[in-house]
Design a protein around this ligand. Sequence first.
Ligand code: ZN
Length: 315
Amino acid sequence: MKLINKGIHHITAIVGDPQENVDFYTEVLGLRMVKKTVNFDAPETYHLYFGNEQGAPGTVITFFPWEDAKKGKIGSGQVGVTAYAVPEGTLQFWKERLAKFHVKAVVESRFGKKYVSFQDPHGLKIEITEEKSGDFSKWSIGGITEENAIKGFAGAMLYSREPQKTGDLLEKLFGFERIGEDQDLLRYKSTADLGSTIDLKKSPMDSGTRGVGTVHHIAFRTSDEQEQLAWKKLLEEKGYQVTEVRDRNYFKSIYFNEKGGILFEIATEGPGFDRDEPLKTMGSELKLPKQFESIREKIEKKLPSIEIKEPKNQH
Ligand code: ZN
């Protein structure tokens, strides 16, 4: 079996207040909350998923909103920046939209492309850039239409403790192509339509600490469980310590620490977010995996209520 990395599946980050998290990613960025569930390893806290209409792989950002957690520090051993792809010609729309919501943004350039760079309410570094590739999003909310909506990920920037080793993994094992170098960054690209670009910072920086406003892990796509097991075998042969397959309900996952200290996951494309609720109403109810249904009442009592508000500030 020829294993080819298909780019980013999802990115998971730690944030603070869940309502602030929901407001930013739905109202400001116009994503759909495709799943309201709990952290399977800590069921009294939320795990919230945002993506395009279906929550297709390559579009999904997920959050652990930990209200009382300490602020983290972005640095080596982490995904430093998450970049979103928008249709060509819409960067101005996004600059204006962020300004309307009082989000401070700056325009930066690298590899001949422009990036609108800003932070989410909890300090996560986000960028928006124009991309030709990737399907248009069908999710339309508060002034965002199919013509300008975020399509999904453009890519991510990795801050590695061992950039050389991280680069080798991307190139030699994952099959990304190294396509360029710009100042302190190396650029790698997979063949995926979305989430295909990984920028790797060449010089290590201070170590990051996990906490609010930092990325917890980055997941890459694999087609199915059979291919996932082939990845596990290959990675183990190369000396990586890979977890057992974990059932995340909407996909299956394996995890490993790459040599630069960043937590990587390889996740299957299916079964997808409509497996436990209809596509039309996805994200509106708290969904629990089977093992937690018996304690649903207790969980619901502990979780703060969150709502998707009607977009304001649009006139
Ligand atoms: Zn994950």
